[in-house]
Design a protein around this ligand. Structure first.
Ligand SMILES: [Zn+2]
Ligand SMILES: [Zn+2]
Length: 329
């Protein structure tokens, strides 16, 4: 019966106040500094965990391997004891915390793709599951996020806001937080268009002096959005962001769908071949809005980040998405 009592207590534990703080300080070291301040703590221990995988990805990524220098303190800076019961969990002894626990750690980030993160002198491209720990039992609690950029000309582009100068954000819960990748850069350029009463933003980081065939890319994206929106029910967002990278030096391209944004990495420059590939991937990822993100196979959610989620319906999720992507190109 003991476990039943424990489970009942966990299910009814009051919401915590969760405040995440990202500091981008030393780009050449590829280290993203994360602080999580947790208030209204009345539990004797808090488990901070980093996901083993990311929704939409069908493999274990072991994000814990990039975490460094974990520490935990009270609000006044006094250290709190912690232990690591397994490789992705940090258990903080909160008995003397006085209601507030503050943890800090660094994430080594030098992978540009739809799963990991990269922070260097040109940008911070952040995928939430590789950056943010969650508090076990409290993934449903609302989250506040503040981001400090290295300089004022670094714009923040994400599904959170259409303003590149906004630095404070709110997410309904941890799932939303990590389903909102961020591109933070002085080099990213954006344009917007309207479709069916919603705003669509195209953000491009192209690592090149010449702007490339930007119009070809924008016309292609506009066409697939128009066509897919005309066929499918209206999605439940006000704005949607396509985050494109044209990075000839990465090993492979990638595409990853999110709640109201998508990350698309093309391993070519933004020339006409690169633009064409980008529009093809965009057609596929945008269609995931309806197939997977909203009509996803039951086994893909709600998410348990401690283990892989395999589903026999993937052939449907990916196959149908690819079919409709080509119908709309
Ligand atoms: Zn970038
Ligand atoms: Zn897909």
């Amino acid at each position: 019966m003991g476990w039943r009592l424990a489970a009942a207590q966990a299910a009814t534990s009051a919401a915590l106040e969760l405040h995440y703080h990202l500091r981008l300080e030393h780009p050449s070291g590829h280290l993203v500094a994360v602080e999580i301040e947790v208030s209204k703590v009345d539990e004797p221990t808090l488990d901070f965990a980093i996901p083993a995988w990311s929704p939409g990805r069908y493999a274990i990524y072991d994000f814990a391997k990039n975490l460094q220098e974990f520490s935990a303190t009270r609000a006044d800076g006094h250290p709190l004891p912690w232990s690591q019961p397994d490789k992705e969990t940090w258990r903080v002894d909160a008995r003397s915390a006085g209601g507030t626990v503050r943890v800090r750690y660094f994430v080594f980030a030098n992978d540009l793709n739809g799963s990991f993160s990269q922070y260097d002198t040109t940008h911070a491209n952040l995928n939430g599951a590789s950056i943010y720990m969650y508090v076990a039992g409290h993934k449903q609690d609302p989250v506040a996020l503040d981001v400090e950029t290295p300089a004022a000309d670094w714009k923040i582009v994400s599904g959170f806001s259409l303003s590149g100068d906004q630095h404070s954000f709110a997410a309904a819960n941890y799932d939303r937080l990590i389903d909102t990748p961020m591109e933070i850069s002085p080099e990213v350029t954006t344009s917007e268009f309207q479709e069916s009463g919603k705003t669509f933003r195209i953000a491009v980081h192209a690592y090149a002096e010449s702007p490339g065939p930007r119009k070809e890319l924008e016309d292609g994206v506009r066409k697939i959005v128009h066509s897919e929106m005309a066929m499918m029910p209206a999605p439940d967002f006000d704005h949607y962001t396509f985050l494109f990278h044209f990075a000839p030096d990465i090993q492979a391209g990638d595409g990853m769908e999110h709640l109201n944004s998508t990350q698309i990495m093309i391993s070519q420059p933004l020339d006409s071949g690169g633009a064409r590939e980008a529009v093809e991937v965009a057609a596929h990822e945008f269609f995931h809005l309806w197939n997977v993100k909203r009509l996803r196979p039951a086994a893909l959610g709600p998410f348990d980040y401690t283990r892989e989620d395999y589903t026999p319906s993937l052939w449907f999720a990916e196959g149908v998405t690819s079919y409709y992507a080509y119908v709309h190109l």
